[in-house]
Design a protein around this ligand. Sequence first.
Ligand code: AP5
Ligand code: MG
Length: 227
Amino acid sequence: MKNIIFLAPPAAGKGTISDYLVKNYHYEHLSTGDLLRSEVASGSALGREINDLISVGKLVSDELIIQLVSSKLEGELKNKPFILDGFPRTLNQAQKLDEMLNNLHIDDVVVVYLDVSLDILLKRVLGRVVCPDCKRSYNLDNPLLKPQVDNICDRCGAILERRADDNEEIFKERYQTFLLSTKQIMQYYDDKKLLVKVDGTKELNLIYDEIESIIGISTLTGKRGEK
Ligand code: AP5
Ligand code: MG
């Protein structure tokens, strides 16, 4: 199974697809957004600094995020298949990630770009609720993605929340940040022949099928995930 880097705009489905892959194939999921939100929730001084940036849709510093990812890759993620969700987002982060992967002798990586248009992303952001404990995403506007019991996480029973940055104004900032920084690194990965584009507007089961084939899960062996 290949290691996966998700390159995608906000609300494209990175967390949702990661959740499926973790459940079915035991990937380690590293979401830089979740890590940053945990630091904010801790109330630390660093958390307050981070909050000043993410609450207006700006990126936190490359230095901080690279340090965070590096310690995870060299620590709990070592020798395990992993998903990077939300990293890298700048060319500098992408170049530093190359160095980290080289040092760890990891070359089995695919970069999956989830392509979703702005209007669909905005709808998803406005309908999303998340579990503060297990981080699962739901969508109140989609019957297939709603929780079974209103406001309660199906998996762990916690009360669902809206993310503080899930409103139209901040979403537009996040999307601009994506266009200005993250989209630039598509070319970087395309040049390295690592980039695969997936239509992120399709039904999730079809996306899961496509990603399973990209990461080398065989349909012939019948080894498919539970949708
Ligand atoms: P982060 O948490 O990574 O936010 P994001 O990139 O904006 O992505 P989201 O988590 O909003 O979306 P997602 O793609 O995970 O979508 P989801 O699966 O939930 O980052 C937050 C902030 O932290 C950044 O803005 C930045 O400030 C900072 N940060 C993070 N990483 C950083 C870095 N490397 N450098 C610097 N700063 C960093 O799905 C969305 C909704 O759509 C859900 O409701 C879901 O149910 C629904 N859905 C998903 N797929 C489908 C589908 N196929 N069809 C219909 N509905 C779907
Ligand atoms: Mg996410």
